[in-house]
Structures are given as structure tokens and as C-alpha cells.
Design a protein around this ligand. Structure first.
Ligand code: GTP
Ligand code: MG
Length: 436
């Protein structure tokens, strides 16, 4: 039995964003997928050898692939100094296809160890290899994308598999991805669905990967379990959608392209794979690349959550809020410290002045493009309501955390400020300055 878990679609719904150029690049063998409920399809496979859990540990079903999937498969492999892995990989792929039509597109970023020469000599030996040579390292995401673009140029290619060159991905498991491809537009080889295995990773590496995946899952609510693996099979429409994720040039491609596919409302599946730590060559995953990955997911999350222009808007909002705090402190000093006003009256006055100050700056700067369609007085009234709500939440959080739970009052106030700020930003963006 081979289990293919089909995952529901993007939380942002189907068909958002510009439509793909599917027609110009060729037909989709399965047609554009529609939103389907979460389900598990169990495909009966007489030629797979199941383990105790009923999941395949070894599959010998390559000969039956042709019955399920017509057309040619393109296997895209990004390489950077993989000389010692390439030959074994290409031979493994050839065995996996066992006579079925396929091509391999190798995208090499100027490897200094002679990877490109190995690729050329394998081509001379008769393996169907196309080599895309780039002069310098441009990132794994950029390389995979370039490979997909090249593969899509072949009109007889119906699906595109991407995999690492370091033998972490087992060519014999391509068949499993192709089986998933019969049900979904993007099939993810997953280490985290039942039956998925990771071999040779230190505990820290496992934790990093698990936390990274949990983070993506939480922020983007994808319901996929593995978002960081490059072992995948794309249908043509999925590949066309994915190549729009061009700004994700590094390891962040794995989730950037996934989101691009999801935003087209295409269907995803995960199938278990066995991932093996590389034996030859060195990892290209550096701490800097991880930092870039993290920054990329946070930026993407902010863009999706707040809108494409909104990270900038949020920055402006914070800047305005900061000047508002200074204004409030200054007014309090003036009214109480200098003029001797009763503290409660002074603080009320200081808060009101800072609200007016913030409103003016936000109205003229942060949300200046959102004023049309509402009048100033309404916006001001709404902003007051939003501020009242956020102050109330701040006070509530403070009371619960500090007075009820005994948490340090400064920490409690800080959490209250953050909660208040979130409500303030949300209320301002989606209510006070809604625009038309
Ligand atoms: N063309 C190209 N390939 C790259 C680049 N960076 C990584 N690769 C390839 O992408 C694949 C995955 O890279 P790895 O270094 O194995 O990274 P990883 O698999 O995420 O990390 P490890 O688990 O440490 O191996 C390998 O085939 C690399 O050769 C790049 O900038 N350009
Ligand atoms: Mg690797």
C-alpha cells in the first residue's frame, strides 16, 4: 500500500495572484486541480514491499509507472561541487526510469571540482543530460528555478522532479513521487509523514529542521509536514506557478515555491522518503543561509499578512508610535512637572495629545494613500476607538499577567504593550484607514 496524503489548499484561497502561463507552455496532464477536502488516498500496489506499518520501505514498481503516467519526466538537479556524487546519481536515475522517457537537467553554478566535465562525459556516454552552466554561485533556489524553466521548454515533458545531487535523495524513490503526481500537482518527498526517515543527522540538525518546518507550518498554515526538502515532483502548472517565486533564490525556495503553488489553488501531496546525510562533498548550507531563510519567511509572512506594501507601512507605523511615546512623555512632564497639573488629568491630557499627534502623522504619511472614501473626522473618531481598545487590552494584559499571575510588572507591561500595538495596527489598517 502506498499512502499519499493530500493536503488542503492555501489559506489565502484558490486562484489568487496572476494566472499562470500554462497554456503557452503546454497542457497539464491532470488539468488544473480544484480544492478538495483533506483526504488520504491509499493506492494499492502489488509490487511494493510494505513494512510493519503497512508503508512501503522498498518499492519495485518502476515498471508499472508507465501505466499510470504517460509522457516524459524531467529531473532537475542543482550542482555545486558534486563531482563525486554525480555519476552514481545519474546511473541511479537511469535505473529508476528503467526505459521510461526522461531527461536530466543539471544546473551547475561554476563548480571548481569539475562537476560540469563529469556531466558532459555522462552525456557522451548516452545519458539524456542537458547541462545549464552558470558562471558563479547563485543559490540553490535560483538553480532549481532555472532547471524548471529549461525543463518546461520541452513540450513533451509532463512533470518535473527536483532533487539534490548529494545522494541524500534516493533515485529509487522517484517512483514514489511519480505515484503521488497522479493525485496532486506538487508532490513533496517528506521526511516527516509517517514512513519518512532521516538517516545520519545529528540531533541538533534534526531539531533545527523540525523547528524550521513547524515555523513554516504555523505561519503559513500549509498543513504540509516537510517544507524544507527539495525532493519534489511538479506538474507543468505547478512548475509554472513555482517559477514565479524568483525572489527566493536560496534555500528559501522550498517554501517560497510551495506558497506560489498553493496560491494558484493547486493540489499538494506528501509522500514518505528516506533522506540520507551526504557522504561525499561538503554541505552548502551555511549559518548565513539559515539566517537568510529565516528572514525570508518572516518577510513573506509580513507581506502576506499585511499586504505587499505593508512591511513598509508597519515600519512607518512603529516610527510614528515611537514619536507618540516621546510626545506623551514630554506632555506629561510639561503638564505635571512644569505646570503642576493633577497627575491623572496630566496623563489623560498627555495621552490625548499623543493620540492626536499619531493620528496626524499616520493620516499624512503612513496611510496617506488610504484616505480617499472616508472623511477625516470619521477617521479620527475611529482611531480614538482603536486606541481605546488597545489601551484597554494593555491594561487587561497587565492586570492578568502582573496582578493575577505574579509576573514581573515590567515584563507584564511589555507584553501588554505588544498586544496593544498589534490591536492598534490591525484596527488602524483594517478599519480606521480602510480607504474606499
Ligand atoms: N547550482 C547550485 N547548486 C547548489 C547551490 N547551493 C547548493 N546547491 C546544490 O543543492 C543541493 C543541496 O545542497 P546541500 O549542500 O546538500 O544542502 P542541503 O542538502 O540543504 O544540506 P546538507 O543536508 O548539509 O547536505 C546539492 O546538490 C548542492 O550541490 C547553488 O548555489 N547553486
Ligand atoms: Mg544535502
Amino acid at each position: 500500500m502506498l499512502h499519499v496524503s493530500l493536503r488542503p489548499n492555501s489559506p489565502w484561497g484558490c486562484g489568487r495572484g496572476p494566472k499562470s502561463h500554462v497554456e503557452s507552455l503546454g497542457p497539464n496532464p491532470q488539468g488544473a486541480a480544484t480544492i478538495r477536502p483533506k483526504l488520504t488516498i491509499a493506492a494499492s500496489r502489488a509490487d511494493s514491499v510494505g513494512d510493519a506499518r503497512g508503508l512501503p520501505t522498498t518499492t519495485r514498481h518502476v515498471p508499472s509507472l508507465g501505466m499510470e503516467l504517460a509522457g516524459k519526466t524531467c529531473v532537475v538537479i542543482p550542482t555545486l561541487n558534486e563531482r563525486n556524487n554525480l555519476e552514481a546519481l545519474v546511473r541511479g536515475i537511469d535505473r529508476a526510469f528503467a526505459g521510461l522517457p526522461y531527461i536530466v537537467v543539471i544546473v551547475d553554478d561554476g563548480s571548481l571540482d569539475g562537476t560540469a566535465e563529469v556531466a558532459r562525459s555522462l552525456r557522451t556516454c548516452g545519458y539524456p543530460i542537458e547541462l545549464v552552466e552558470r558562471t558563479s554561485k547563485q543559490g540553490i533556489g535560483s538553480a532549481v528555478r532555472a532547471g524548471l524553466v529549461r525543463g518546461l521548454l520541452h513540450e513533451d515533458v509532463d512533470r518535473l522532479v527536483t532533487m539534490d545531487a548529494d545522494l541524500s535523495h534516493d533515485p529509487s524513490e522517484i517512483s514514489r513521487l511519480l505515484t503521488g503526481a497522479a493525485y496532486a500537482d506538487l508532490t513533496q518527498g517528506s521526511r516527516y509523514v509517517t514512513g519518512g526517515v532521516i538517516e545520519g543527522w545529528a540531533r541538533t540538525r534534526r531539531w533545527v529542521s523540525m523547528v524550521a518546518n513547524a515555523l513554516v507550518r504555523m505561519l503559513f498554515r500549509t498543513e504540509m509536514l516537510d517544507h524544507t526538502s527539495f525532493f519534489r515532483c511538479y506538474s507543468r502548472p505547478a512548475a509554472v506557478a513555482a517559477i514565479r517565486a524568483e525572489k527566493y533564490t536560496g534555500y528559501e525556495w522550498s517554501f517560497g515555491s510551495l506558497l506560489a503553488v498553493l496560491s494558484e489553488g493547486l493540489q499538494l501531496a506528501e509522500v514518505p522518503i528516506t533522506f540520507r546525510e551526504r557522504r561525499c562533498g561538503t554541505s552548502k548550507l551555511r549559518t548565513r543561509a539559515m539566517g537568510r531563510w529565516l528572514w525570508s519567511i518572516l518577510r513573506t509572512w509580513a507581506e502576506l499578512r499585511l499586504g505587499r506594501d505593508r512591511p513598509m507601512r508597519a515600519i512607518r507605523y512603529v516610527a510614528v508610535g515611537s514619536t507618540g511615546i516621546l510626545m506623551s512623555q514630554g506632555m506629561l512632564f510639561l503638564l505635571h512637572g512644569v505646570l503642576g497639573l493633577w497627575p491623572l488629568a496630566a496623563v489623560t491630557g498627555a495621552i490625548e495629545v499623543s493620540i492626536l499627534w499619531n493620528f496626524e502623522l499616520n493620516d499624512r504619511w503612513t496611510f496617506k494613500d488610504r484616505r480617499a472614501g472616508s472623511n477625516r473626522r470619521t477617521r479620527l473618531a475611529k482611531y480614538h476607538a482603536v486606541c481605546a481598545g488597545s489601551v484597554a487590552l494593555n491594561a487587561l494584559m497587565f492586570s492578568v499577567l502582573s496582578l493575577e499571575l505574579g509576573i514581573n510588572y515590567l515584563v507584564a507591561n511589555f507584553v501588554g504593550i505588544l498586544a496593544g500595538f498589534a490591536v492598534n495596527l490591525r484596527g488602524s489598517m483594517s478599519w480606521a484607514w480602510l480607504g474606499r
